[in-house]
Design a protein around this ligand. Structure first.
Ligand code: NAP
Length: 293
């Protein structure tokens, strides 16, 4: 007898480019689990609530949520995990027998590749480019699970940056949180860890300096640093190339992509994702520039 698969999906706008279906379907196939992950493009925020009501009625098992709905979906949740509540953004939704629970697994995705560097990060200043949802997840991860001496946010919109500082300063006390313009290279060069949480560097876009958040020739990067770019396509972004040439340790966005996906997969299926096999297949797909199957 044919047994139907449980449905998972990604909610976003124009998300046909996403690697999440490939990651989750590969993992489910390897483990022979009855899940199928697909894409749900939602064209406007007012359709998010009806979409989630419909999903509940249909018994859809869970979702990932991406730009621009990570904050919008919060109003539709029956429950929020403590991380999602702290960051004010949901990237994973689980349907637990009709109760819709919102999680933030971006934090796990940030922590996983940073854990091996914990002793280097603790006690030293850290810098983050951006003040969006992923930057907030990075502040939460660093401020609650690591012990940097300070967190510097490099932002283009100081007002939004100030709002973020106000929201988080008490939560990550006693770590000081401060904001700086994008071109404060002297503070940047003093940061042991630098995280790019902006989309600059993404393949097919053209912003910043040759698609890099830092122009060439600043001398901001050196071999005593760890540079983590959340952008995962291409695997080596212009920022990571600059950092590697300066002798810094580099962390590619694919590490976070797999880390957050593994945590979401575990929430939905109760099983650990076969990370090494999934990563090998995804790297091959990214390296050879293959079209998504
Ligand atoms: P978001 O909420 O839209 O935030 C984007 C941030 O980037 C905002 O602070 C924005 O500044 C800033 N920004 C955008 N364009 C800029 C520019 N030209 N110059 C300076 N700053 C600019 O997006 P998000 O969810 O935080 O995601 C940020 C990036 O991380 C995206 O590329 C996303 O794909 C990536 N990401 C990767 C993973 C992974 O698993 N590897 C997970 C999550 C996110 P304003 O506030 O001034 O607009």
């Amino acid at each position: 007898m044919y047994s139907a698969k449980k449905i998972l999906g990604l909610i976003g706008r124009n998300v046909g480019y996403s690697y999440s279906p490939y990651i989750h379907n590969t993992a489910a196939e390897i483990l022979r689990l009855p899940y199928y992950y697909t894409i749900f493009n939602i064209s406007s925020p007012d359709l998010v609530l009806p979409a989630l009501e419909g999903a509940k009625a249909l018994g859809i098992a869970g979702f990932n949520v991406t730009i621009p709905y990570k904050q919008t979906v919060i109003a539709c949740m029956d429950k929020l995990s403590p991380e999602a509540e702290a960051v004010g953004a949901v990237n994973t939704v689980a349907n637990d027998k009709g109760t819709i629970i919102g999680y933030n697994t971006d934090i796990a995705g940030i922590v996983t590749p940073l854990e091996p560097h914990k002793s280097t990060i603790d006690g030293q200043p850290a810098g983050i480019f951006g003040n969006g949802g992923a930057a907030m997840a990075a502040v939460e991860a660093l401020g609650t699970l690591f012990r940097p001496s300070a967190i510097h946010l490099f932002v283009r919109n100081k007002e939004k940056g100030h709002d973020l500082c106000e929201q988080f300063q008490d939560r990550i006390f006693p770590t000081p949180l401060s904001i700086h313009p994008l071109d404060d290279y002297s503070i940047l060069s003093g940061c042991k860890l630098v995280i790019n949480a902006t989309p600059i560097g993404t393949k097919g876009t053209d912003s910043g300096y040759n698609n890099c958040i830092v122009p060439p020739g600043t001398g901001a990067f050196h071999r005593n640093q760890i540079i983590f770019d959340m952008v995962y396509n291409p695997m080596e972004t212009p920022l990571l190339q600059m950092a590697r040439e300066a002798g810094a340790v580099t962390i590619p966005g694919i590490d976070m992509l797999i880390g957050q996906a593994a945590r979401s997969f575990e929430i939905w299926t109760g099983k650990a994702m076969p990370i090494d096999s999934v990563r090998t297949k995804l790297e091959k797909l990214l390296e050879t520039n293959q079209q998504l199957p």
